[in-house]
Design a binder for this molecule. Structure first.
Ligand code: GDP
Ligand code: MG
Length: 178
């Protein structure tokens, strides 16, 4: 029997951290310096032939224009089963905002069994210099454990680093909840 899953995945984090770039890289295998910050919500679909009998469709929800509030509507979060929470390793303020995003997520959506939705933390723009965040990265394992993230990955949408791995890790966790 073929199994098919459709999973709603949220990609959240402050403005300019690379949410749109990560989605474009993952789904369309492209990178550009200039994605317009269109207002609203955008969707992209990624189909994964997960194993011999499982097809996974990821509906990736991008946001634009509302990031500055760090406070999305419940409608946006509804029925999500996973999240990628993104920060930019060149800007510490975007790392500080990660907990605000995680809190908003946990406050507004839960799995059917009442558990928080699995969230993977992405330290994006790993191809660039890290300034003040150098000292934080080694602590991210503990940070993830303390704040309920599945784990974290250093990613680069520019160089296509670890985006597939992060998505695979998230899907593994989602499937474990099915
Ligand atoms: P969003 O507001 O979170 O959707 O961020 P964007 O995807 O629009 O990216 C903001 C800027 O960062 C753009 O100029 C991107 O080209 C750039 N950017 C995104 N990801 C990376 C990356 O991994 N490395 C580098 N060097 N730049 C990136
Ligand atoms: Mg964007």
């Amino acid at each position: 029997m073929q199994q098919e899953h459709l999973f709603k995945i949220l990609v959240i984090g402050d403005l300019g951290v690379g949410k749109t770039s990560i989605i474009k890289r993952y789904v369309h295998q492209v990178f550009s310096q200039h994605y317009r910050a269109t207002i609203g919500v955008d969707f992209a679909l990624k189909v994964l032939n997960w194993d011999q009998r499982t097809v996974v469709r990821l509906q990736l929800w991008d946001i634009a224009g509302q990031e500055r509030y760090g406070n999305m509507t419940r409608v946006y979060y509804r029925e999500a089963v996973g999240a990628l929470v993104v920060f930019d390793v060149t800007r510490i303020s975007t790392f500080e905002a990660v907990l605000k995003w995680k809190d908003d997520l946990d406050a507004k959506v839960r799995l059917a069994n009442g558990k928080p939705v699995p969230a993977v933390l992405l330290a994006n723009k790993a191809d660039q210099s890290r300034e003040g965040l150098c000292s934080q990265l080694p602590k991210l394992d503990a940070f993830c454990k303390d704040h309920g993230f599945v784990t974290w990955f250093e990613t680069s949408a520019k160089e296509n680093t670890n985006i597939d791995a992060a998505a695979r890790c998230l899907v593994d966790n989602i499937l474990a909840n099915e």
